[in-house]
Design a protein around this ligand. Structure first.
Ligand code: ATP
Ligand code: MG
Length: 558
């Protein structure tokens, strides 16, 4: 877990005041996803906030599935969500709940509201209900069914429950105020008929409670103290409070709203993410270019970096969009700390060391982490034929090019100093081999005579190299705000994925575990793909480059 102390924010201030005043003696939060899709970076903010507060105040945070829409929800989503929360580093212990666990209580409370004259069965059509609701500037009108007797309401509600009516024939509504300036209080629907099986309760129910009615009662039943949600629920808070005010024997948690997390160049709308997946514009929910937690995980983002990012972004009431570069920097910082260094060549060019004995192999000691000795050392085999990066050689280099070119000397990292003696082309005129000589006195990369070379390049021994597929990822969209474009599909970045089929890795990577993360020296941070990587057939994903390559204003620097 992160060791830095959490930044204070207005929600923590409210909690501090509640504990100080004795209004509460403990803190209980919950994270309430609807199992109708996969979690994304925005949800990470809510998870870190809710579980983070529980952790820091010695309280509890429940994982509660808000599963009141049987048509859209599934077991698959539920499992994936629980898996993601755990992966992010949080635990709900045994507090794993569902709104559907409370269907009986929710029903019984609805009966009580009917008895108390606080709810009624409406038989207007959905369209009429909309008409009667009024607008932002005009008050609504009472439904002709609003005056039904308690007995009639009880009977109709019982028959709705028994499955006697078709979907939409009736709804149960709260009896509040059709003239309220807050449309959410204009007799909101509490229950609707859905003759659909639910992934957990099966065919037990023909009526399902609405979110606003369910959420506050679920919070109360779980003795949540602070119910933290995003700003779009601000206008629903009076309804949250109204329902609980009618049920005074229940606890009354406090709803507090905060701004959603939005990240530029990304889409976090569940509907649009679903479209990307269903239209095969990406490879699935875990496509490494998506901001889903499954995607970020597959891309190699460490959970600690996401927690750090959420902490840095902070909690406010002001809606802002965060630059994705901030997220990428959190990833770089975490990986700089935690990823061992290795050598890999993505665009191989053969380098032959003419004066190096044929058949000789030296195991060169290499540091696993130049800034942290605890990572230890390994050896990398050095031999007469190596691969170097194609872009590290130039036939006719400019003065400032400190890599290899005819007559120039460079350091092979952890190897020797070598001087380029020539190169060969194939029939197409492409350079296929570079030739050099090495200075045997420079083992490890330093010249005993103190002569300096400006460039150090990475390499792998050709005979020992492990062939690998390497996938380079870039931003999925080429505009900052794809979410508000007329059609986000028109703004997909055509080069968001490049597959290199024949990269060359140092042999230590042959046994990398799926999801293991490394810095490929000079190239970036990479992780072994959690699904496709296999011992005999390594597949690595580029998590992030070493430096920010997108300048402000969407210009590629390289
Ligand atoms: P839906 O449109 O299906 O309601 P949702 O993104 O709100 O989508 P939920 O499963 O309801 O999905 O979200 C679970 C929790 O995560 C809610 O408390 C919600 O407020 C919070 N959340 C969702 N998106 C964000 C976001 N971008 N930033 C912060 N919190 C978010
Ligand atoms: Mg929601």
């Amino acid at each position: 877990m992160d060791t830095s102390s959490p930044r204070s924010n207005f929600i923590r201030d409210i909690i501090d005041a509640d504990l100080e005043s004795g209004r509460h003696t403990r803190v209980a939060t919950r994270f309430p996803p609807e199992p109708n899709g996969y979690l994304h970076i925005g949800h990470a903010k809510s998870i870190c906030l809710n579980f983070g507060i529980a952790r820091d105040y010695g309280g509890t945070c429940n994982l509660r599935f808000d599963d009141t829409n049987p048509e859209k929800e599934s077991e698959e989503f539920e499992r994936a969500i629980a898996d993601d929360v755990r992966w992010l580093g949080f635990s709900w212990d045994d507090r794993y709940y569902h709104a559907s666990d409370y269907f009986t209580q929710l029903h019984d409370y609805a009966v009580r509201l009917i008895r108390d004259g606080k709810a009624y069965v409406d038989s207007l059509s959905a369209e009429d209900i909309r008409q009667y609701r009024g607008t932002l500037t005009e008050p609504g009108r009472d439904s002709p069914y609003r005056a039904r007797s308690v007995e009639e309401n009880l009977e109709l509600f019982a028959r709705m429950r028994a499955g006697e009516f078709a979907d939409g024939a009736h709804v149960l509504r709260a009896k509040i105020d059709m003239a309220s300036p807050n449309i959410n209080l204009r007799d909101p629907t509490l229950y609707r008929i859905r003759r659909t099986e639910h992934h957990r309760t099966g065919a037990a129910w023909h009526i399902y409670p609405m979110y606003d009615y369910t959420h506050c009662i679920s919070d109360a039943l779980e003795h949540i103290t602070h119910s933290l949600c995003t700003l779009e629920f601000e206008d629903h808070r009076p309804l949250y409070d109204w329902v609980l005010d009618q049920l005074p024997d229940l606890a009354h948690p406090q709803q507090i709203e905060f701004a959603r997390l939005e990240v530029n160049y990304s889409i976090t709308s569940k509907r649009k993410l679903l479209a990307l997946v269903q239209e095969n514009l990406v490879s699935g929910w875990d496509d490494p270019r998506l901001p889903t937690l499954k995607g970020l995980r597959r891309r190699g983002y460490p959970p600690a970096a996401l927690r750090d990012f959420c902490e840095r972004v902070g909690i406010t009431k002001k809606q802002t969009t965060i630059d994705v570069g901030v997220l990428e920097n959190c990833v770089r910082e975490e990986l700089d700390r935690s990823a061992p260094r290795v050598m890999a060549v993505l665009d191989p060019l053969k380098l032959v060391i003419e004066n190096y004995p044929e058949g000789q192999v030296e195991d060169m000691p290499a540091q696993n982490h130049p800034k942290d000795e605890s990572f230890g050392t390994r050896t990398v085999p050095f031999s007469r034929e190596l691969f170097i990066e194609r872009e590290d050689f130039m036939e006719d280099p400019p003065k400032k090019f400190f890599r290899l070119g005819p007559g120039r000397e460079v350091r092979l990292r952890y190897g020797y100093l070598v001087t380029c003696t020539g190169f060969e082309r194939n029939a197409n005129g492409e350079v296929v081999t570079v030739r050099c000589t090495y200075d045997p006195a420079t083992r490890g990369g330093n010249a005993p005579d103190g002569r300096q070379v400006k460039g150090t390049i990475h390499w792998v021994s050709a005979a020992h190299a492990v062939d690998a597929e390497v996938r380079l990822y870039d931003r999925l969209f080429d505009i900052e705000d794809p979410g508000s474009a007329d059609d986000f599909r028109a703004h997909l970045n055509p080069t968001s994925m490049t597959v290199i089929a024949d990269a060359k890795l140092e042999p230590s990577l042959a046994h990398a575990a799926p999801e293991a993360r490394f810095q490929f020296e000079r190239l970036g941070y990479f992780c072994a793909d959690r699904l496709d990587h296999q011992p005999g057939r390594p597949v690595f994903n580029r998590t992030v480059s070493l430096k920010e390559s997108w300048a402000k204003g969407n210009d590629r620097k390289r």
